[in-house]
Design a binder for this molecule. Sequence first.
Ligand code: ZN
Length: 312
Amino acid sequence: MTRIWILLLSLCMNSCHSQEWSYSGETGPANWHKMYPTCGGENQSPISILTTEAEEMAMLNFTWTGFGDDPPNGASMTLSNLGTTVQVNFTGDYLISGGGLTNTYKATMLHFHWDENGVHGSEHTLDEVRYPIEMHLVGYDFEKYDDFDSALSHPEGIIVVATFLEITSEDNPNYSEMFTGFNSVTYKGQSYQYPSPFPILPMLPYNTWDFYRYHGSLTTPACDEGVLWTVFVQYQQISHDQFSNFNTLMSNFEGEENVPLSNNYRPVQPLNGRSVYRRIDGELAFSKSTEFRINTWMTCVAVVLYYWTTSL
Ligand SMILES: [Zn+2]
């Protein structure tokens, strides 16, 4: 009998706490590492990004396939309340390449981090500024792995593309369609399928060529590392009215005592010597280095010619 209890207990230790994390108190970010050891790792996200500390790196522009007005064949989008965030899941070939990525990545979801007042809910900070909201577009290496789960924890298996959102008085029409689903996902576990997919590219900043890049982790347990981060410099905007949709969401199941879903951001994590890069134009850098090589070569020829002619 004792053996059965030990067996049940060990099974429970492995699986029973799989969802028991939150953003405050005993199960909050400061204690995540007790349940999920990787959350105490050396390469965690988010981080504080400082422009003066960033190194320049030449990279090409991103190529966004399927993100514009023409969605990929057979694409669909579903909004879900996960209790810890609100997430849009996609099916279809939403593909990201370029942007310093070695392979093509398939985006499968986007979700948000925010605070209840719409003031400082972003996860990353940029030059010590914390934005009201941060949107994460998440993808996996489509060339190496079959799906998101098999890409997890592998170096650069997962990418997260982060967009900061400011709150203004003007509605952002590029977000209107997404918010239409919010009143169908008030409670944890609820989901809503959009009648047709909406374009994602206009939800990103107009300028997707100026960004920071570093190696980090998922910002929620189990905090898997190996994640390649892109954080855009330019931010997007939504209105106060649009932001109020976030405040209708609850982190509990329907019928339970209401606990608003908000303040779902992890504090910044130590950099531990990691480099943070800021993109400079890859083609420009290439042409400059080619120019440099040609100039060096011509100088050598001139020096040889000079000595040759003076020795005659
Ligand atoms: Zn996130």
